[in-house]
Design a protein around this ligand. Sequence first.
Ligand code: GDP
Ligand code: MG
Length: 167
Amino acid sequence: RSGFVAIVGRPNVGKSTLMNYMVGQKVAITADKPQTTRNRIHGVVTHEGNQIIFMDTPGIHKPKHRLGEHMVKVAVQTLREVEAVLFLVDATMPKGAGDEYIIEILKNVKDTPIYLVINKIDLIEKEKLLEIITSYKDEFPFAEIIPISAVAGDNVERLRDLLLNLL
Ligand code: GDP
Ligand code: MG
């Protein structure tokens, strides 16, 4: 089995760190394909013969002009076609305009399970985590909320297995 998973989130939330932790093998073909392509493949997780192909969706940033709006449409279309979307947020930062903007985009994505992944839990107290969860969970019907530490690897295996079960 194999399938595509898109990781979205504002800069510095830990998208690259999470992929690097999970991915055993970088995909060579992405090297010569710049941001102008529809999506960017970042790596492949192979586990017991199954594959999760991670991709980035470059259209998810605030549109400044028409091209931006078009990019958003393309991104939404991409997110509709993948097996799952991981929306990564930073547990050390309050929900900001960048996160709200992504949630608005995600509201246009139908039929794809969207997981809220709260990263950097190694840096916060338990009570803080509950606050973060509360601030997000009424905004969107997330398939599940998964707190992780991409640096320490906390819960990353659970996240991987959850994704493998969707394939
Ligand atoms: P991206 O912009 O979303 O790809 O974010 P990066 O993966 O580049 O991470 C941004 C910064 O956050 C880097 O300095 C990472 O080392 C740090 N970081 C990422 N995940 C974690 C985590 O789980 N815990 C801690 N403490 N730092 C993290
Ligand atoms: Mg990155």
